[in-house]
Design a protein. Structure first.
Length: 102
């Protein structure tokens, strides 16, 4: 599966647009505990790993949904982050357009 932030795929032609697809992950975090547990050099490695994993999961879900539609590429991919509720949870949303390229 080709996944790109650009609106097209270099050297390929989009022959069919399927639909906009999303990958959404909500992850819990005890921010204070996690932040101070891995705090080194001004950064929290524990929190960074948790965010990185959530982003990977959201992109994987995005690919799975595009594949289920018969797409072989996703263009114009964006990844957004936000806190949920009392900020003890965060959400990662990946979105893009599922397409068929040749």
């Amino acid at each position: 599966m080709i996944v790109t932030t650009t609106p097209n795929v270099e050297g390929k032609q989009i022959v069919e647009y399927k639909q906009v697809v999303f990958g959404e992950v909500i992850a819990g975090a005890n921010f204070m505990r996690d932040f101070f547990a891995g705090f080194t050099d001004g950064r929290s490695s524990v929190y960074e790993r948790r965010i990185s994993r959530a982003r990977q999961d959201a992109l994987k879900e995005l690919e799975e949904k595009a594949h289920a539609l018969g797409a072989n590429a996703i263009v114009s991919v964006e990844v957004n982050y936000t806190t949920v509720g009392t900020k003890s949870m965060f959400m990662v949303i990946a979105s893009g357009t599922a397409v068929v390229v040749r």
